[in-house]
Design a protein around this ligand. Sequence first.
Ligand SMILES: [Zn+2]
Length: 461
Amino acid sequence: MLKVYNTMTGRKEEFLPLKRGKVGMYVCGVTVYDECHLGHARTYVAFDAIRRYLEYKGLEVNYVQNFTDVDDKIINKAREESRKGGADLPILIKGIVKKYTGEYFACMDKLNVKKATCYPKATECIPEMIEIIKRLIEKGYGYEVDGNVHFSVKSFNEYGKLSRRNLDECSHKTRVALEEQKRNPMDFALWKKRKEEPLWDSPWGKGRPGWHIECSAMSMKYLGESFDIHAGGEDLIFPHHENEIAQSEGYSNKNLARYWLHTGFVTLRQEKMSKSSGNFFTVREVLDKYPPVAVRFFLLSTHYRKLIEVSEEHLEAAKRATERIAACLSNVKKKGMGLSRSMQPTSNRIAIESAMDDDFNIPVAMGIIFKLVSNVNVLTKNEDFVRAAVLAADIESFCNVLGLKFRADEEIEEELLSLIREREQFRQRKLWEEADVLRQTLLSKGITLEDTPRGTQWRRL
Ligand SMILES: [Zn+2]
């Protein structure tokens, strides 16, 4: 039985989708105005692995992830560029959105994150947002003041149910409220009156939608008024997801999502990684130094709800761990052993699945995998390749579920291959000293050689 931790109830619950065999899943996407940092990658890699596991269990996942392409951060960046003598603001905004959407896909492709079923953009769903706001005003949840529309948190009885906050906690915001003509300091914007581009016509005059209404409109448009999983980073619980709930449920009188899943923070030097603090590693700079499979492994090796501390040391350890798995699989395959998966579930597979069924406990499942790697290495050494191949099949199949793609054998670098050939020639000409120098060179590059009557065989360390 699959159990997932639901932020809404604070408990692990049995996962029961609304429609048998199908899962509707919405993950809050990025605001496209800058490069992705490792905090973003953690969230999207974690939910990608969760999606892959649900698919492995035979569920059909409709995975929707938005792009926020209208936001003050994007507009401010465009203004900066325009002050430097760039083109018109709308053109600059388009350029920024295009550039960083491309950047997002480039990084996620490298990290082997599967494409979502669809990627709605906020600017393509403005009519849907206006419809929701109209209904919210009719039902007494929203109110207009001078072209701005706010959501009245007092009108929604369950406000605070996700983040477990009560409204009285935030009275210090009164001054802000007065400035923005809000009835309550906690009220938030559904529609913002604006005089400058980008803006849209609405029943309340020209303006832009608030950030939270974007996700309400996009999730309901593609997944319906009620769906299974709503996910995002932990920092979105309040106010973003709380406000989404108030808007969507105020609008539809239905529960928006059955399960709310959140990833933990990523820290660097013990501080939360965030763009605003300047304390971050971009995905690109990490991928310049480490193989993508190692970065993906690193992000998955801590449980998705727990905090990850990033350091060179941890990334190095992840790199070594993935090399160990890759070498183990490659050594079995090089003996011509196909890793055919048996139809009967092995005891290892059952143990791995029971870890994953417990709120996607990848670290526990990885522990089982590394025990298997040790066993396979012993069997390979003892030339018991038949038994090694059976265990290796379990390793490979679980790594596939997690989206960990290892370099195939035949992908050995041409440079290394030519060194192996060169040494083989020295050996045939009985030039032992020269052959030995090359053996040492290859060893320093992680390749060990074995001279057999059938010729030289290589394997990765
Ligand atoms: Zn969102």
